[in-house]
Design a binder for this molecule. Structure first.
Ligand code: ZN
Ligand code: ZN
Ligand code: FE
Length: 752
């Protein structure tokens, strides 16, 4: 019988995820000798014995524990050394440094079984976890990923927990957050005045309070949630009023899939997303008559729902609660609260009670938000469950720090051919978010041992992220916003171009002081050529036009009709013409009215003209509500015009708007008009794609930018381009919105 020895190097997320005990078990199962250890790249194994058994072992490696991700396996065969046994060896000191850090993972089945087993010593223990589940990223202070370097450090394991922790055959072998009621974190319940409520059963009390219609701030994995009964309108609207959040949708947490199915249409692909170990918020179509307070999602046909993902959540739903609002614990646009003191300060005006625990959250991390599309997904927000899982790039390059954009900010640090994209940081418009950004950058540098050699930023001089980059003593480069959108998608697909890119976006800094956002580009990883764009229009009042879509509507109508007074449509009748004439004067004098080619602003304009929304309470609201109105099945579209100016293709949307006005005069249904408008934009993109292909001979096409969060648009554009022979690329790993910008910037830095 031939004996062999195989040296196996495994790279990926393989540390702190139960990989070594898995290897240990596999070796025993195949009766093989050797060792396994964590090293700087991941996990190293030496395995020897009969060839047939070694082969069996190696194929067993392809079914790793649930939260491990193998990126690369290399095997080297050598003569056997005659090992006596199989052992888990200590890590090579100080060398676990580039290893991956796992995101936080939802409670696994085994732990759930124990949680609800009255004979288990962790029965109803809200901090149960194992190597297959539990907190990771949000509790790490430093590397290597050892208990001492997590916020579990103050908790000394009891003898039972310790024996599990040291037993290679145990599910909790080296599970750093391992704990039990004897030795681990505990819960406490407080009033919003900071008075502790003495009880043996804080969860039971909390459930009772929620059922009574109270708002409770609940400390979770990556921050506080504000929770309340989602079926009671008076409670949900009270939460809205206290949170200063007019109508941005609230996310829901439901007890189980059955509850979600009562509220929403759930297809197989969305069920997989909902029950995945990442447990994101999934945006689903709401069923007619779903029993939900209207204030949960005003003006929307969808609901954002998730399933419980910590043991605490599971316990909250164990006693007759079906559906809770679970929204980020913050006021309006501030980042989510994650420290106890801070949470009390900031949330005491909103929450009636606080359910807190004494395991500190090291890093703030919101819930991720996904939208399913044709068996794939669009990220709206990439955070818990995904960050800091890295994205592999096409090549090695200089370590780059990319600062992202100011809305929906993320940052990105690269090392070799790997990009560590941060969790969603938020809108950089207040001190809180800015410090969250700065702390995040420092933490990532430390955790992944990255000393950036260059920094990449947006071209917008007033972005706080740009200013941050300017203050660093590093070589720096600015990358145009929409080129960065395209690059983020190219990074996902490891493409270097040349390719075509259609970037339909809100607003981003262009060239020569203009604002871009409806861009048709020829791109390579090094640069872009602007083949075409949406025709420029002044943005009256600059950023005010983002908050007040009626300004864009008026600007378009004035360009087309000149005099607005004679225009007999409800939008004009409701318009304060005096105010507009003042603003109009500023526009003619080119004061605070930059020219923009933004597709997002065109959607805004149409939304206002149709009477959907004159002002917005959150970014993109007008466009989202316009999308919701589309009458499916309506095939009509408006004529379009593509002009050519100095070898650049200009999409003139004016004929579309004229026809919309005509339809409004004919009292056509706004649902039909919305569909026809969408169909026209789909046609615009398809025509432009054809023209670009004719000009360049390129048929690889990348679709990015925030407007592509509109799935009616994205789905149809995708189909029509594919049918037309294009190879179509869409986002799967990062959001098409500004949350992806930093990855695009980093990709540029690495490929320079
Ligand atoms: Zn578990
Ligand atoms: Zn214990
Ligand atoms: Fe953008």
């Amino acid at each position: 019988m031939e004996e062999i020895r195989a040296c196996v190097q495994i790279e990926g997320v393989v540390q702190g995820v139960g990989f070594r005990p898995f290897v240990y078990g596999l070796a025993l199962e195949h009766d093989l000798k050797g060792w396994v250890l964590n090293d700087e790249k991941g996990v190293m194994i030496e395995i020897e014995g009969e060839k047939k058994r070694v082969d069996g072992f190696l194929s067993g490696l392809s079914f790793p524990p649930p939260i491990a991700t193998i990126e690369k396996t290399s095997i080297l065969y050598l003569p056997p050394l005659g090992y006596n046994d199989f052992e888990i060896r200590g890590s090579i000191e100080g060398e676990e440094r580039v290893a991956r850090i796992s995101p936080d993972i939802a409670t696994c089945k085994d732990c759930l079984n124990e949680l609800f087993d009255p004979h288990d010593r962790r029965f109803h223990y809200p901090f149960i976890n194992c190597t297959n589940c539990g907190p990771r990223f949000t509790i790490i202070n430093d590397i290597p990923y050892d208990r001492a370097n997590t916020t579990m450090a103050p908790f000394r394991m009891c003898p039972l927990c310790s024996s599990e922790y040291h037993d290679p055959s145990n599910r909790r072998f080296h599970a750093q957050p391992n704990a039990c009621p004897e030795c681990g974190p505990t819960l406490k319940l407080f009033t919003n005045l900071g008075k502790e409520i003495t009880t043996h059963n804080p969860i039971g009390e909390t459930i009772a309070l929620l059922k009574m219609g109270k708002i409770v701030a609940i400390k979770g994995l990556g921050g506080f949630h504000l929770a309340c009964d989602a079926t009671r309108e008076e409670v949900v609207s009270r939460l809205r009023a206290r949170k200063y959040r007019e109508d941005k949708p609230f996310a829901l947490m439901c007890r189980d899939l059955e509850v979600i199915k009562r509220l929403c249409l759930v297809y197989d692909s969305s069920r997989e997303l909902l029950t995945s170990k990442e447990r994101p918020i999934v945006i689903l179509l709401r069923k007619k008559g779903a029993k939900i307070a209207p204030s949960v999602v005003p003006f929307q046909k969808t609901l954002g729902v998730m399933l419980p993902y910590t043991p605490l959540h599971h316990l909250l739903f164990a006693e007759g609660v079906d559906t809770l609002v679970m929204t980020s614990g913050n006021v309006s646009d501030e980042p989510i609260a994650f420290e106890d003191r801070e949470a009390f300060d900031r949330l005491k005006q909103i929450a009636d009670f606080f359910l807190v625990h004494n395991r500190e959250i090291r890093t703030r991390c919101d819930d991720s938000v996904l939208k399913p599309l044709k068996g794939t997904v669009t990220f709206l927000r990439r955070a818990r469950g995904f960050a800091p899982f890295p994205i592999k790039l096409n090549r090695d390059g200089k370590s780059t720090l990319a600062c992202g954009a100011d809305l929906k900010n993320t940052f990105c640090l690269t090392k070799g051919n790997v990009a560590f994209l941060s969790q969603h940081i938020g809108d950089m418009e207040n001190f809180e978010t800015m410090s969250s950004f700065e702390e995040g950058v420092e933490l990532f540098k430390q955790l992944f041992q990255i000393e950036p050699e260059c920094v990449v930023h947006d071209l917008h001089p007033d972005y706080l992220s740009t200013r941050y980059a300017m203050d660093l003593d590093l070589p720096r480069t600015g990358v145009q916003h929409h080129f960065a959108h395209a690059l983020s998608l190219m990074a996902e697909h490891e493409s270097v171009g040349p390719a075509l890119a259609v970037v339909m976006d809100g607003t981003g800094y262009g060239e020569h002081g203009t604002i871009w956002g409806g861009e048709f580009l020829e791109v390579t990883v090094r640069g872009y050529k602007r083949l075409g764009h949406l025709r420029y229009i002044p943005m009256p009042g600059s950023n005010m036009a983002v908050k007040e879509p009626w300004r864009m509507a008026a600007a378009y109508l004035e360009r087309i009709y000149g005099d607005l007074e004679g225009l007999k449509i409800p939008f004009i009748e409701g318009l304060n013409l005096e105010r507009w004439s003042q603003i109009g004067k500023a526009v003619s004098a080119k004061i605070n009215s930059p020219l923009c080619s933004s597709m997002g602003r065109l959607f805004d304009a149409v939304s206002a003209i149709l009477g959907v929304r004159n002002t917005v309470n959150y970014e993109g609201q007008a466009a989202m509500e316009l999308e919701q109105m589309v009458e499916e099945g309506e095939m009509g579209e408006y004529p379009l015009e593509i002009l050519e100016e100095k070898a650049t293709l200009i999409v003139n949307p004016d004929p579309i708007i004229e026809n919309i006005v005509e339809d409004i005069r004919k009292a056509e249904s706004p649902f039909i008009i919305s569909a026809r408008f969408h169909n026209s934009i789909i046609r615009v993109i398809s025509r432009m794609a054809q023209r670009m292909r004719e000009e360049t001979g390129i048929s690889d096409i990348f679709l990015s930018g925030g407007v592509f969060q509109n799935h009616f648009l994205l789905g149809k554009v995708w189909d029509i381009l594919k049918e037309d022979g294009f190879k179509v690329y869409t986002h799967q790993k990062v959001p098409p919105n500004d949350g992806g910008i930093s990855l695009g910037q980093a990709y540029y830095g690495v490929n320079r």
